[in-house]
Ligand binder design. Structure first.
Ligand SMILES: Cc1cc2nc3c(=O)[nH]c(=O)nc-3n(C[C@H](O)[C@H](O)[C@H](O)COP(=O)(O)OP(=O)(O)OC[C@H]3O[C@@H](n4cnc5c(N)ncnc54)[C@H](O)[C@@H]3O)c2cc1C
Length: 440
């Protein structure tokens, strides 16, 4: 194929965002993906026994009306909607999320210590914040910080809070007011201060259905893993031995994978790519032969002897994700090459996940389990450690120099959701078009 057009690497929602934007400009892009199906992390999988699983819990909580409409079009207007309700499990107690303003029902001594330390921390108007550990101690007080977010951080980000920066936080962790904390400690009446409010989820086909509108807008070629990029010759090489020319290149490939593929990438850029840390997830899919009567869409788990950090309740998203009269859970267990390498086959985590689900009372016994499987996500969540800011500056600077427009969760290397990944793809397409005009 001739290389005059636009080539997008990766058919996740970011790559599709880029393609959709180009399509709106009258340009049909070519998307290349290593996997057998388009969609990246937003792919949904049907099982032979009638379940449907996403690659970990995926719900749209975008507030961007344009993205909402585009996703809705993809699902042909058929989506479930509701108010987000999620909760936390800690040593036999279930408390509403966010835990810091819903302490009611926890042991009295713990509640007293949480409030006492919160008041003490609040007395310091300008605490010194050098890392995420400082931040949680200052925001919540030491007892709450060390009992909940510090433990969760190790489970979810695979490393201790002191190893993380604070530039990823945004509105994600709610900083309570004393009145709110007291209110949540004294009464069970739920407070709504969570950053996610309303959600949407396709009625049929899993999260992937939201992408339906974008798929016809580009030529998507799967089973094409890029193994070499020659920016001077403008040529791509694939694992299947094929080669093809490109004109303008947009990439959503994870940066630690992308940089080593680029012929002649300088050593400092290669070193920077090696510094980046990302979590990997084993997702244990567990189907049971009875319906559940639980309110949350998902739950967080703090106990160190339960391997998963988060569990989603599939049938609460759409009843069509499970066979009639059944339910399913997806338990996410996190690893990372840099901090907590996965040394077993993903399947080895299915039984420990079931033990955790039984301990928490979500599954009554192994007798009711009719489906068990595991997925492995090699790139899950960016780890915002102290190496990230400098490394990203070097890598993004280099990609700009060689005219590769980057996008998506793993191109921007940010804590971004599907809607933001889509918009990131659009931005990269704009950048690529503006450069194409300049070099003409
Ligand atoms: C467990 C989990 C739960 C999440 N839950 C939510 C949620 O509830 N709501 C929400 O909005 N967001 C959620 N997210 C975030 C969301 O998944 C991402 O923001 C979004 O899907 C990222 O899309 P992307 O296109 O940037 O990356 P990806 O979807 O990862 O796409 C990158 C693509 O590049 C391809 N690729 C990689 N290397 C090569 C190569 N060498 N050659 C060719 N192709 C290659 C991959 O195959 C992949 O298809 C969640 C993420 C995780 C991990």
């Amino acid at each position: 194929m001739s290389g005059g057009g636009y080539t997008i690497l990766g058919s996740g929602v970011a790559g599709l965002g880029a393609a959709n934007y180009l399509s709106d400009q009258g340009i049909r892009a070519r998307i290349l993906d290593a996997r057998p199906r388009p969609g990246g992390l937003t792919t949904s999988h049907d099982t032979v026994d009638g379940f449907n699983f996403d690659e970990g819990v995926h719900i749209s909580f975008t507030t961007n009306e344009r993205v909402k409409d585009l996703f809705a079009k993809g699902a042909q207007g058929a989506f479930e909607t509701g108010k987000v309700y999620c909760n936390n499990y800690w040593r036999g107690h279930w408390i509403k999320h966010p835990a810091q303003v819903n302490l009611h029902g926890l042991p009295t001594d713990l509640v007293v210590a949480c409030i006492r330390d919160f008041v003490a921390a609040s007395a310091n108007p300008s605490p010194e914040i050098n890392n995420y550990e400082d931040w949680i101690n200052a925001a919540f007080g030491e007892t709450f910080a060390q009992t909940f977010p510090a433990v969760y951080t190790v489970k979810y980000h695979t490393t201790e809070a002191k190893n993380l920066t604070t530039d990823w936080l945004g509105p994600r962790l709610y900083r309570p007011k004393l009145d709110e904390m007291l209110h949540g400690a004294l009464t069970q009446e739920p407070l709504d201060v969570f950053y996610v409010n309303e959600y949407r989820y396709p009625t049929h086909g899993g999260f992937e259905s939201f992408l339906g509108h974008f798929l016809p807008k580009a030529d998507i070629v799967c089973n094409h893993e890029v193994v070499g990029i020659d920016v001077a010759a403008k040529e791509l090489t694939f694992a299947n031995g094929k080669r093809e020319a490109f004109g303008n290149l947009i990439s959503s490939i994870p940066l630690p994978k992308l940089i080593p593929l680029i012929r002649g990438a300088p050593q400092d850029v290669r070193n920077a790519a090696q510094m980046l840390a990302c979590s990997q997830a084993v997702v244990a899919n567990i189907g049971i032969n009875r319906p559940i009567d639980l309110k949350p869409q998902w739950s967080y788990f703090y106990d160190e002897d339960i391997p998963f950090a988060r569990v989603s309740h599939r049938s609460n998203l759409s009843p069509n994700t499970v066979p009639e009269g059944c339910a399913a859970f997806q338990a996410e267990i996190y690893f990372s090459e840099k901090y907590r390498p996965l040394n077993d086959a993903p399947d080895a985590w299915i039984e420990p996940a079931i033990d955790g689900l039984i301990k928490a009372g979500l599954v009554e016994s192994r007798d009711e389990i009719i489906h068990r499987s595991a997925m492995f996500l090699p790139f899950a969540n960016i780890i915002f450690d102290h190496d990230r800011p400098k490394a990203i500056e070097i890598i993004h600077g280099y990609l700009n120099d060689v005219n590769i427009a980057y996008c998506g969760r793993f191109g921007d290397w940010g804590y971004i959701w599907t809607d933001q990944a889509f918009l990131s793809g659009e931005r990269a397409a704009k950048v690529s078009m503006s450069r194409a005009v300049k070099i003409r």
